[in-house]
Write a protein that binds this ligand. Structure first.
Ligand SMILES: [Zn+2]
Length: 150
């Protein structure tokens, strides 16, 4: 089986087409690390984590970003509330939006604290790994496969 080549400088190792931007270099993604280029070749992108093999990256459960959002939004929300009670009903939509952002940030934080909601991604990962051809390709690419999956 042909060994998969790794992305070099964000470019497809076969046709040198750019496959992701510089901004996305440090992204932690979940899915198959075997990606397909528009040129028809498959390459290896190790930004993608095969969750059933490698688990959840600690960075994905980091709540730093949620806290930053809350630190910014809560004071803005308080100002909006004060303006609102001084009879500025125009701000209703704005207030509603801020409230939604706070709820979303808190909800995401709770999810992360509970180990994240990765059920769907894990199921997809398990499904891919139930294919022996796929497992062989990963193994050829240097991935460690537990015996029960071989
Ligand atoms: Zn290519």
């Amino acid at each position: 089986m042909e060994e998969l080549r790794l992305v070099i400088e964000r470019k497809c190792p076969y046709c040198r087409r750019q496959v992701y931007s510089e901004r996305e270099t440090k992204a932690i993604l979940y899915g198959s690390p075997i990606r397909s280029c528009q040129c028809g070749k498959d390459y290896l992108d190790i930004r993608y984590h095969e969750i059933a093999l490698t688990g959840i990256e600690p960075e994905s459960l980091n709540i730093r970003q949620n806290i930053i959002i809350l630190i910014f939004i809560i004071p803005i929300m308080l100002v909006t509330v004060m303006a609102f009670v001084q009879n500025l009903p125009k701000l209703t939509a704005f207030l509603f939006l801020e409230l939604l952002m706070i709820i979303a940030a808190v909800w995401d934080m709770i999810q992360k604290k509970n180990g994240g909601n990765f059920r769907q991604l894990r199921a997809e990962s398990e499904a891919r790994l139930s294919n022996p051809d796929y497992v062989h390709r990963l193994q050829a690419a240097g991935y460690c496969i537990p015996d029960r999956m071989k």
